[in-house]
Design a protein around this ligand. Structure first.
Ligand SMILES: NC(=O)C1=CN([C@@H]2O[C@H](COP(=O)(O)OP(=O)(O)OC[C@H]3O[C@@H](n4cnc5c(N)ncnc54)[C@H](O)[C@@H]3O)[C@@H](O)[C@H]2O)C=CC1
Ligand SMILES: O=C(CO)COP(=O)(O)O
Length: 339
C-alpha cells in the first residue's frame, strides 16, 4: 500500500510505538498521532518524544501529533485504532463523521466489549459500517517497549480479504518489524483478547510464588481454552498455533513488561482490585474483558476453567490463594480432541 497519510488514534504505549513502525516503514509519508491530552500531543509534535510512555526515545520526524481528532483524521488513508477497548465505542461515535469513508481501519486493540461481548472489529462495524475488505486486525507478540527499541518482532495482519491484508502488511514492514498475513480475523482477535486473561492467571500464580511447571501448565491449558473459544465462534485452530495465538501468549505470560502479567502478579501477592488499579498507569485489558469473555464462552457452550478461576479472583469472590484448587479439583479429562 503506497500511503501518504496514516493516522493513529491513541498515543499510549502501543499507539505511539506503532506510529514509529509506520513512520519508519514509510519515510515519505506523514504519520499523524491523535492524543487525548493536549500536553502529550504538544510533546510529540515539538520534542519528538512521548516520555510518559516511551521515556527518552526519539520518534521519527515524519510523525506529527494533535489532540484535534478531526484534524488528525483529515485525509487519512489508513486509520489505526489504539485506545482502551472499553472506550472504543464512545470514541468512534465521536469520530465517525471525520473518518474518511474509504479509509482502511486497523485495530490494534486486545479487548472484548463488556455488555455486548463484541470484538473490536465488530464494534467498528456497528459504529462505522466498515466493510470486511477495509477492516484489519494487527495482533501478535508485540510488547511495545521492545518494538520501540527496534528489537526484531513479527506480527499478524488479519483481514478476510487477502489484498487488503497484503497492502497493510506492506505498509507496516520495517527493518525490525515483520508482519505475516492471515484471513482469520476472529482467531487473531480472540488470541489477543484471551492471552491477556491467561497472563493474569500466570501472574497470579507467579505472585503466589509458584514455579515454571505451574506456568507452563497454565500457558498450555490456556491455549487449549483459547482455541476452543476461537473455533466455537468461527476462528481457526491453526491461528492459535501462530503468532497471534501461542506467540502472543508466550510473550505476555513471560514478560514483566506485560501490564496483564504484572497486574496478575499483584493480585497473586494478595492486593485487592482497588490496590492493583491504583498501581496501574496503563491499560490491562484482561481485567475488564474477563467477564465478557466468560459470557461469550457460556453462550457458545465453551468451558474456560482458567478464565473462570481468574474471574473469581478479579471479582473478589475467591481469595487468590484458593485459585489453584479451583483448577485442580476438576474432573479428569483426555488431552485429545482439545477437551
Ligand atoms: N502496549 C502494548 O505492548 C500493546 C498493547 N496492545 C493493545 O493496544 C491497546 C492500547 O494499548 P496501549 O497503547 O498499550 O495502552 P496505554 O494505556 O498505554 O494507552 C492508552 C491510550 O488511550 C488513551 N485513553 C485512555 N483512556 C481513554 C479514554 N477513556 N478515551 C480515549 N482514550 C483513552 C490514553 O490517553 C492513551 O493514549 C490495548 O487494547 C492493548 O491491549 C496490543 C499490543 C501491544
Ligand atoms: O499485547 C501485548 C503484547 O503482545 C501487551 O501486553 P500487555 O497489554 O499485557 O502489556
Amino acid at each position: 500500500m503506497r500511503v501518504k497519510n496514516l493516522t493513529v488514534m491513541g498515543s499510549g504505549s502501543w499507539g505511539t510505538t506503532f506510529a514509529k513502525v509506520l513512520a519508519d516503514a514509510n519515510p515519505e509519508a506523514t504519520v499523524t498521532l491523535w492524543a487525548r491530552r493536549d500536553e502529550v500531543a504538544e510533546e510529540i509534535a515539538t520534542k519528538h518524544t512521548n516520555s510518559g510512555y516511551l521515556g527518552d526515545l526519539t520518534l521519527p520526524f515524519n510523525i506529527t501529533a494533535t489532540s484535534d481528532a478531526v484534524a488528525a483524521l483529515n485525509g487519512a488513508e489508513m486509520v489505526v485504532l489504539a485506545v482502551p477497548a472499553q472506550t472504543l465505542r464512545e470514541q468512534l461515535t465521536q469520530w465517525a463523521d471525520a473518518i474518511p469513508a474509504d479509509a482502511v481501519i486497523v485495530s490494534l486493540m486486545k479487548g472484548l466489549e463488556r455488555g455486548t461481548g463484541l470484538r473490536m472489529t465488530q464494534v467498528v462495524q456497528e459504529v462505522l459500517g466498515t466493510s470486511d475488505d477495509k477492516l484489519v486486525v494487527l495482533s501478535g507478540p508485540n510488547l511495545a517497549r521492545e518494538i520501540a527499541r527496534e528489537e526484531p518482532t513479527a506480527s499478524v495482519v488479519a483481514c478476510s480479504v487477502t489484498e487488503t491484508a497484503d497492502a497493510v502488511a506492506q505498509a507496516c514492514t520495517a527493518a525490525y518489524f515483520r508482519p505475516y498475513t492471515n484471513r482469520d480475523v476472529i482467531g487473531a482477535e480472540i488470541g489477543g483478547i484471551v492471552k491477556n486473561i491467561i497472563a493474569l492467571a500466570v501472574g497470579m500464580c507467579d505472585g503466589m510464588g509458584m514455579g515454571d511447571n505451574t506456568k507452563a501448565t497454565v500457558i498450555t491449558r490456556g491455549l487449549a481454552e483459547t482455541t476452543r473459544l476461537a473455533v466455537a465462534i468461527g476462528g481457526k485452530a491453526e491461528t492459535m498455533s501462530g503468532l497471534a495465538g501461542m506467540g502472543d501468549l508466550v510473550a505476555t505470560c513471560a514478560s514483566s513488561l506485560s501490564r496483564n502479567y504484572t497486574a496478575g502478579r499483584l493480585f497473586g501477592q494478595g492486593l485487592s482490585m482497588d490496590q492493583v488499579t491504583s498501581k496501574m498507569t496503563q491499560v490491562a485489558e484482561g481485567v475488564k474483558s474477563c467477564s465478557a469473555v466468560l459470557e461469550l464462552a457460556h453462550e457458545n457452550g465453551v468451558d474456560m476453567p482458567i478464565a473462570a478461576a481468574a474471574s473469581k479472583v478479579l471479582d473478589g469472590s475467591v481469595p487468590v490463594i484458593k485459585m489453584p484448587k479451583l483448577l485442580l479439583d476438576r474432573d479428569l479429562k483426555s488431552e485429545e480432541r482439545n477437551q
